[in-house]
Design a protein around this ligand. Structure first.
Ligand code: EPZ
Length: 419
């Protein structure tokens, strides 16, 4: 199994170009099921989850060409697709369940594996299924599969999500594009990745109106067009590298981004005394030797993202005083804490709250990654720790960070993959 070796204590200074967003690419790929016309998707990150989604689309019959060098995916659905998404492709990536909505809407039936377990929480998909049922689908869960049918097609209706869910909003949004009549979606997720999916669907010819911050109206259509779409930047990757620069007292340009989309994160880092100069499509990060402690609660967008919680926690170990984090989205997203403690961090956990005592020195150690963001938080800890850190199970990292070793070592980090 591959490992990363990091020798800590080097500044991250230079320029880091941010890749396209994994969490925007995945629903867009699922949405291509709706059209039979050619679709070109640009700026896709070359990470394992994206490759798993392209494998899933190929397995159901899409013709998918992934040009890794150009970061472009070309898709055409010449023939009717299979409506079966097997376990072996959903066990490693929960976003595979996003094919349920489009398959059911287009082919009126689908058999999709329930996603595999997840280390950050239970992550049920009840909101997806309840909404599809309200749209007229019959759904059974049998032998680990969701077996869904809608003989007369899905029907538009009012769906008020009882809880804000990115995945449920995306799945139902895609499904409603091919439903009969008007679907009113309320209490939707408003993440930039959802907006990017809306932009893509509109280019395909879907009739979607955002009628409020969390309200979307969709008018069903029957046929779609060909289109080209450029995926938005990965705001979580950008946030991760901003933290890397701040953590190591670097002076770093983070480019290929839109800082307006990240104002919550930028304002919060400013409160910690991290200096960020904002330009149209890049920012420059410098950090003072002394940072201030802060209190943070993770929330749906535009709140502070759960996907940056672990990374921020490492920065908090460098601040003066006690910082706190309340993790509001997932019930088990403090798995990195025990590894950070092994590196010397002083952190207390009480339920979904973490108390981070600033000023403790981190030391290199052999540590283990448990999920994508926990992995990258441990990479950050390794960058600032004294001595050598060996990070095991880095396959989690490869699911969502494109060329992380190159991006960091180009900016001065001593990091290499041990095979
Ligand atoms: C998306 O997951 C992201 N994944 C996650 O990114 C991200 O952490 C999460 O949104 C929250 O921002 C992708 O976009 C591919 P949710 P998703 O449905 O859609 C509960 C990463 O590291 N819920 O918004 O699965 C759920 O348990 C990751 O890149 C239900 O109760 O998240 C959670 O508490 C991991 N029932 C909350 O809602 C449902 O049917 C929000 O989850 C669905 C969700």
């Amino acid at each position: 199994m591959q490992k990363l070796e990091i020798k800590g204590g080097r500044k991250i200074s230079g320029t880091i170009t941010i890749s396209g967003s994994k969490n925007a690419t995945l629903p867009i790929l699922a949405a291509t099921i709706l059209t039979n016309k050619k679709v070109i998707i640009k700026n896709v990150p070359i990470v394992h989850d994206v490759e798993t989604m392209t494998t899933l689309l190929s397995a159901i019959g899409s013709s998918v060409k992934l040009n890794k060098r150009k970061k472009i995916i070309e898709i055409i659905n010449n023939n009717a697709l299979k409506t079966f998404a097997p376990y072996n492709l959903l066990k490693t990536m929960r976003a595979g369940v996003l094919v349920l909505g489009p398959l059911l809407a287009k082919y009126r039936k689908a058999k999709v594996s329930l996603p595999g377990g997840c280390s950050i929480g239970q992550r049920p998909i009840d909101l997806h299924l309840k909404a599809l049922k309200k749209m007229g689908a019959r759904i059974k869960v049998k032998n680990g599969y969701i077996v869904a049918s809608a003989k007369k097609g899905l029907k538009g209706c009012l769906i008020k999500f009882p809880k804000i869910s990115v995945g449920a909003t995306e799945n139902i949004l895609i499904a409603s594009c091919f439903s009969k009549g008007k679907t009113k979606l309320r209490n939707c997720a408003s993440e930039p990745e959802v907006q990017d999916l809306i932009n893509f669907l509109k280019k395909l010819g879907c009739k979607i109106n955002k009628v409020g911050k969390r309200s979307i109206d969709v008018f069903g259509v029957k046929k779609l067009k060909s289109t080209t779409h450029r995926v938005i930047f990965d705001r979580i990757e950008a946030g991760t590298y901003i933290i890397a620069a701040a953590l190591t007292n670097g002076d770093t340009k983070i480019t290929n981004i839109n800082p307006k989309i990240m104002s919550t994160e930028i304002n919060l880092l400013n409160k910690m005394k991290v200096k960020i100069i904002k330009k149209k499509n890049y920012i420059i990060v410098t950090s003072p030797k002394k940072m201030k402690s802060i209190n943070v609660i993770t929330k749906p967008y535009p709140g502070f993202p759960t996907d940056l919680q672990a990374q921020l926690m490492v920065l908090m170990t460098r601040a003066e005083g006690i910082s706190t984090i309340k993790e509001n989205i997932f019930e088990n997203r403090f798995m990195h804490v025990s590894e950070l403690r092994r590196m010397g961090a002083h952190i207390q956990i009480l339920g979904n709250k973490a108390k981070i005592y600033g000023g403790s020195k981190l030391y290199g150690a052999e540590i283990m990654a448990t999920d994508l963001r926990a992995s990258v938080c441990l990479v950050l800890a390794g960058l600032v720790a004294k001595g050598k850190t060996i990070l095991n199970r880095i396959y989690h990292l490869d699911r969502g960070y494109e060329e992380i070793e190159n991006k960091l070592s180009n900016c001065g980090a001593k990091i290499k993959r041990l095979k």
